[in-house]
Design a protein around this ligand. Structure first.
Ligand SMILES: *Cc1c(COP(=O)(O)O)cnc(C)c1O
Length: 365
């Protein structure tokens, strides 16, 4: 049996007729940008996330970058301000920070759930810290009461990279923290839990001032037509993507439950000494395991027909584009880069495929 890591084609096939009908409707409408589908999706997604505003944009990196830039235009952030951020994130989180002339302060994650270690945040705060950027990496919750109280005590923005965590708030048992100022950025890249057939992204927030500036920034900086308040950019979601995303949003909770079922099966049935399994609760964008002989396990699984990936082989502070951070020692982050292996997990994966993966791992010596 061959188990593909991610089959976007099979995920699309789950609701193929609905997607084709929507696509045909958009094609025939003659309106491809800034139309009713985008407005409708923004309304639906704001309601889904429990926020007052959703500002769609071109991709997840733009969502992060515009979110930070908007706080700069508001004077809440200034160039040189420090943003606390997990060291073990995808490069986009860090790019958005440095692109804005802000300084990422890299904090180590916990190995048990890969999320920023809240016990280390206070030590990382300085008089220049203005925000904590959480990344709900792999679809696990990163927000804790301790982080919320640090934000309140030090008047920090609570920013969130939710690119891997669509629907995380539905499985997170924490009370809401609507009193803390902040915003979240989402990506709808084709491989994410909520995914378009092209690049797309969005910012969600209940911060009305931020929403207005972010919306203008994504539209050349215009607050009204041909009146340019900011030096903005062009970053739009197209009508086709919005129409597809509105359909997919209806199935997101159900599909995240299927992901949970698969994660439960892995956690309950994988038996192997020395292998670290992830936590149970989450929206399971990725199912990460840690193993000291990761590359040998990966080659073995490949021979057994199981495709796996590594998220991510080189952390941001070890990349050529961040030479100034190359000398940092972040042992947990580096261990994750050395030992992490992602098993197949998506909403169209069949039971027999999941069982095949488990049986293969349990035979591994
Ligand atoms: C995918 C991803 C992004 C970037 O999203 P794009 O739409 O690809 O630009 C940002 N942060 C994280 C954690 C991601 O996984």
């Amino acid at each position: 049996m061959e188990v593909e890591y991610l089959s976007v084609k099979r995920i699309t096939a789950l609701h193929l007729d609905e997607f084709c009908a929507a696509a045909e409707e958009v094609v025939r409408s003659g309106r491809y940008l800034r139309g009713q589908h985008v407005a409708h999706f923004e309304e639906q997604y704001a309601a889904y996330t429990g926020q007052q505003h959703c500002i769609s944009c071109g991709n997840g990196l733009d969502a992060l970058t515009i979110m930070l830039r908007a706080y700069k235009e508001l004077g809440v952030l200034c160039a040189g301000d420090e943003i606390v951020v997990p060291a073990n994130t995808f490069i986009a989180t860090i790019l958005a920070i440095t692109e804005n002339g802000l300084v990422p302060v890299l904090v180590e994650p916990r190995l048990q759930d890969y999320q920023i270690d809240d016990a280390l945040i206070e030590k990382a705060l300085t008089h220049r810290t203005r925000a904590i950027m959480l990344v709900h990496l792999y679809g696990y919750n990163a927000l804790t009461e301790k982080i919320a109280s640090l934000c309140r005590r030090h008047h920090l923005l609570l920013l969130q990279d939710c690119a891997q965590a669509h629907g995380w708030h539905k499985v997170c048992s924490l009370p809401r923290h609507d009193d803390i100022r902040g915003a979240a950025a989402y990506s709808f890249y084709p491989g994410k839990n909520l995914a378009a057939f092209a690049d797309a992204g969005a910012i969600t927030t209940s911060d009305g001032a931020l929403a207005a500036v972010a919306r203008a920034l994504a539209n050349y900086g215009a607050r009204e037509k041909y009146v340019f308040t900011y030096q903005g950019r062009n970053s739009r979601m197209d009508e086709m993507s919005a129409a597809i995303l509105s359909i997919k949003l209806k199935y997101l909770d159900e599909e995240n439950r299927r992901r949970q079922e698969i994660a439960d099966y892995y956690i309950d049935h994988i038996r192997h000494d020395g292998l670290l399994l992830p936590p149970r609760e989450g929206v399971h964008h990725i199912f990460p395991i840690l193993f000291s002989e990761r590359d040998r396990l990966r080659a073995y699984l490949r021979a057994e027909g199981v495709e796996t990936l590594v998220h991510y082989p080189l952390p941001p502070h070890r990349q050529d584009c961040y030479k100034e951070y190359n000398a940092l020692s972040l042992p947990r982050t580096e261990r994750i880069a050395r030992e992490e292996l992602s098993l197949p997990l998506h909403q169209a994966l069949r039971d027999d495929e999941v069982e095949h993966v488990v049986a293969a791992i349990n035979r591994f010596v």
